[in-house]
Design a binder for this molecule. Structure first.
Ligand code: HEM
Length: 399
């Protein structure tokens, strides 16, 4: 039986805590565009080389529309897209020119002024969380006490949501992103979050705040559903990604003492360290997907119209043709150009915000807690192997 008749499922099992499944490197070397069986039985493709990943992501013949994309890991979840189609304003699942209008509005709101304002707030929040950590016991779990709340507080700031309100909806949000939730559960979570964010939009309509959502309300021309959709996408995309980069990134630095010592000795290495952590860890572990609108020749194969292509961001970011010694974590390497935030028109709209959260978060932790160390052996730290966003479940530390 040929590979085309019985293709593999997406590899999940890792050998090392920081390394993507080893089959991905094997594919990249021998079959950089390989047939892949999706969770619902659809047969599409997986792309593992850096060059071809970029090629797909900038080719308008590949679409982001949810009806053209099957999920490699979940029978009903299109890689985090909402389960209902054609909700106005869901620009993550749109192609240009429809997508462009929303994207421009959002980049306009993530202006230099707003970024500066946000950075001050992130700094203050990071320090407050550390103040609250500093108990006489000098022991904490950094996931619930630092890495998870920091990005949540930032999203609340963007959308004008009081933090206690967020605490109320958090379990629903976590449930929605689990790969073992049923279609009905996902739909129910989606409905509850949409309703929750609809209330935030209503409050902003009555009295717009000086935050991102308030800004979008004042720009005008967007319906309540469109505003709620935009809020929904920021809400779902902004928590787990950044939270896991903060916790897994801290874990990486703590287990690479030479790199951490270099960073502490020369704070100017921080920008590069963040970029290298993004590359090395690439937490969107099953990649992102696109659907072919027409037959496309790609890396020596024909992707047929209607087939889904998964772009393995972790594999592309470990491609030795693009990054020398890609499996080595080296904060001095030029890691810019990595695909952790994707590539092309959908490349993460909030990447500068995410980078700022990481820079400020790591700096606050290592400056304020200079003796920071793991409180358990590294091999006892439990990983999130089946979640859409890779990371760790807890990070017990002392200082
Ligand atoms: C380290 C943290 C983050 C990572 C690794 C990350 C990664 C990504 C990736 C790979 C994409 C591209 C998806 C695709 O092409 O299909 C994306 C898009 C997006 N991200 Fe992020 N992201 C992060 C943080 C954030 C934050 C903090 C927010 C919001 C506050 C956010 C909001 C979005 C949105 C709205 C999109 C869709 C953009 C579009 O379709 O034009 N992300 N992100």
């Amino acid at each position: 039986m040929s590979a085309e008749q019985c293709p593999m499922r997406i590899p999940v099992k890792r050998d090392g805590v920081f390394d993507p499944p080893p089959e991905l490197a094997e594919l990249r070397t021998h079959t950089p565009v390989a047939p892949l069986t999706y969770a619902d039985g659809h047969v599409g493709w997986i792309v593992t080389s850096y060059r071809l990943a970029r090629e797909v992501l900038q080719d308008p013949r590949f679409s982001s529309r949810p009806e053209l994309r099957h999920s490699a890991v979940h029978e009903v979840l299109g890689d985090g897209s909402p389960p209902e189609e054609d909700v106005p304003g869901m620009f993550v699942g749109m192609d240009p020119p429809e997508h462009t209008r929303y994207r421009k509005l959002l980049t306009g709101e993530l202006s230099v002024r707003r970024m500066r304002q946000l950075e001050e707030r992130i700094e203050a929040t990071a320090h407050r969380l550390i103040d609250e950590l500093s108990t006489p016991a000098r022991r904490a779990d950094l996931v619930p006490e630092f890495a998870a709340p920091l990005p949540s507080l930032v999203i609340c700031d963007l959308l004008g949501i009081p933090y206690p309100e967020w605490e109320r909806i958090r379990p629903v949000s976590e449930h929605m992103l689990r790969t073992d939730s049923t279609a009905d559960q996902v739909k129910e979570c989606y409905r509850a979050i949409f309703e929750f964010l609809g209330e935030a939009v209503e409050r902003q309509r009555k009295q717009p705040q000086d935050d991102l959502l308030g800004g979008l309300v004042q720009v005008g021309g967007l319906s309540d559903v469109e505003l709620t959709s935009i809020a929904f996408q920021l809400f779902t995309a902004g928590h787990e990604t950044t939270a896991n980069m903060l916790s897994l990134g801290t874990f990486t630095l703590l287990t690479h003492p030479g790199q951490l010592a270099a960073l502490k000795a020369d704070p100017a290495l921080l920008h590069g360290a963040v970029e290298e952590l993004l590359r090395y860890l690439t937490v969107i572990q099953f990649g992102i997907s696109r659907g072919a609108r027409e037959d496309v020749e790609l890396g020596g194969v024909t992707v047929k119209a209607g087939q889904t292509v998964t772009i393995s961001l972790p594999a592309a970011n470990r491609d030795p043709e693009r990054f020398a010694d890609p499996d080595v974590f080296d904060i001095r390497r030029p890691a810019a150009g990595n695909l952790a935030f994707g590539f092309g028109v959908h490349q993460c709209v909030a990447q500068q915000l995410a980078r700022a959260e990481m820079r400020i978060g790591y700096r606050a932790l290592f400056d304020r807690l200079p003796g920071l160390a793991l409180a358990v052996p590294a091999d006892r730290v439990e990983t999130r192997t089946t979640e859409i966003v890779y990371g760790i479940k807890s990070l017990p530390v002392t200082w």
